[in-house]
Design a protein around this ligand. Structure first.
Ligand code: GDP
Ligand code: IMO
Ligand code: MG
Length: 432
């Protein structure tokens, strides 16, 4: 049985990672987040009850699972406490099953202020960030001026470091962006208060991961965002600020790459994107509306409408290669039910007339026109089906064609938001 399974998104996020992580944690000891922050919104539905998670790994609803926030995650203590309290109110124990890396860079009020000021300054060229301070927090990490969770363990030193950091940031906020400066003392107090709430969970998570590995524990590494939002391999600059692709597992959790056994790419049966940036298969017609409405494509974190379009097999194949995805889980197949025809983008035409079957960079991608292959749709419902035998012929043909085009086996098909509404064709753990 595979002991270290990675689950990540192969498109622009919101592929249904949370649902699948929750489903698979039945067999898992640890779920580990390794990048991103509370920009993520992962929705779990169990017996009809919906839970939206942003920072806490999607294993938390299973009482036997321990959850780890690895060093690669940018951590907002305030957001974490809010989420812990939400879960506690629903009767879940959290702090005793949560492990937070002492090396996580902190997101504080200043990062949110900078995120918003930068977006406002960009005007029409804005990235459409979630406004959670993710980019500025990663900038502080890379510039080596940022504060980490461990700094908050010593309040006096923390306050001194924070004041020094804020001399710099408030200067930029006031003089460059002409925005309100952030109240340093309030920020320090709020951060320390919040960290205090989960202090018992703070530890060396790299050591924890390796002890668990040596003890033969089963670990699931939960990605946030999607491969096309990766800072290096995505549609730069319209990306998030972390490595959402598989390399991020190693840097963001300390698990060496050779210890990864399998990588499951969560892949929506069509395409969606939130925020700005190119999306060649975006639809502005009644089919786009069908996908948005039937798929309830509204952001879990910001409540923004998601842009919808046909499945982009070129983009997904890129994701399969940069991640070395071993199998895919196709989600939201049911959303395509009832369409007369379904199209798949199989190549792009560039402005110079050249046809390419790979992801072009920069301006070429922005101008790429999709070349489609169109198939018959299906009128029957796939909603909630749990076996391949129940799948209508048209849907089967579609899944088979996607499989051929992207070059990775379809291990799981998801047919509804609930944990149970799933067809497992082949266990991603390598056992049945
Ligand atoms: P994540 O960020 O990748 O975890 O995905 P989100 O939770 O942001 O968005 C996926 C949305 O689709 C959520 O509202 C899920 O409840 C829902 N969902 C997941 N799988 C399916 C599915 O197979 N069918 C339908 N109809 N909804 C699904
Ligand atoms: P999950 O984990 C979809 C997008 C934002 C914006 C860009 C940069 O739920 O799939 P950021 O706030 O990260 O600096 O924003 O990335 N984005 C997401 N889109 N799903 C997400 O997470 C996202 N997290 C960030 O909309 O375009
Ligand atoms: Mg989401």
């Amino acid at each position: 049985m595979h002991k270290s399974l990675v689950i990540l998104g192969s498109q622009w996020g919101d592929e249904g990672k949370g649902k699948i992580v929750d489903l698979l944690t039945e067999k898992v000891d640890y779920v580990i987040r390794y990048q991103g922050g509370h920009n993520a919104g992962h929705t779990l539905v169990v017996d009809g009850q919906k839970t939206a998670l942003h920072l806490i790994p999607s294993g938390i609803l299973r009482p036997h699972v321990s959850c780890v926030i690895g060093n690669g995650v940018v951590l907002s203590p305030k957001a974490l406490v809010k989420e812990i309290k939400m879960l506690e109110e629903r009767g879940h124990s959290v702090v005793d099953r949560l492990h937070v890396s002492s090396n996580c860079p902190l997101i504080m009020q200043v990062h949110v202020a900078l995120d918003r000021a930068r977006e406002a300054a960009r005007g029409d060229a804005k990235i459409g960030t979630t406004g959670r301070g993710i980019g500025p927090a990663y900038e502080d990490k890379v510039s080596r001026r940022g504060l980490r969770v461990t700094d908050a363990m010593d309040p006096v030193r923390f306050a001194a470091k924070a004041r020094e950091l804020m001399d710099y940031h408030n200067f930029i906020l006031s003089n460059f962006y002409h925005a309100e400066p952030v109240d340093v003392e309030v920020m320090i107090e709020e951060t320390l208060d919040a960290v205090n709430y989960f202090e018992g969970a703070v530890c060396d998570t790299v050591d924890l991961v390796h002890r668990s590995r040596r003890d033969g524990k089963v670990m699931l590494f939960e990605g946030a965002q999607g491969s096309l939002l990766d800072i290096d391999h995505g549609t730069y600059p319209f990306v998030t600020s972390s490595n959402t692709t598989a390399g991020g597992v190693a840097t963001g959790s300390g698990l060496g790459p050779r210890y990864i056994d399998a990588i499951l790419g969560i892949t929506k049966a069509y395409a969606t994107r939130v925020g700005s940036g190119p999306m060649p298969t975006e639809l502005f017609d009644s089919v786009g509306e069908h996908l948005a409405l039937k798929g309830q494509e509204v952001g879990t974190t910001t409540g923004r409408g998601r842009r919808c379009g046909w499945f982009d097999a070129v983009a997904v194949r890129h994701a399969i290669e940069v991640n070395s995805i071993s199998g895919i889980c196709l989600t939201k197949l049911d959303v395509l039910d009832g369409l007369d025809e379904v199209s798949i983008c199989v190549a792009y035409e560039l402005p110079n007339g050249e046809v390419v079957d790979y992801l072009p960079t920069g301006d070429d991608f922005s101008a790429a026109k999709p070349i489609y292959e169109t198939m018959c749709g299906w009128s029957e419902t796939t909603f909630g089906i749990t076996s391949l035998d129940e799948m209508p012929r048209g849907a089967k043909d579609y899944v088979r064609r996607l499989n051929e085009l992207v070059g990775a086996p379809v291990d799981i098909v998801s047919t509804g938001p609930d944990r149970e509404q799933t067809i497992v064709i082949s266990s991603p753990f390598g056992v049945d």
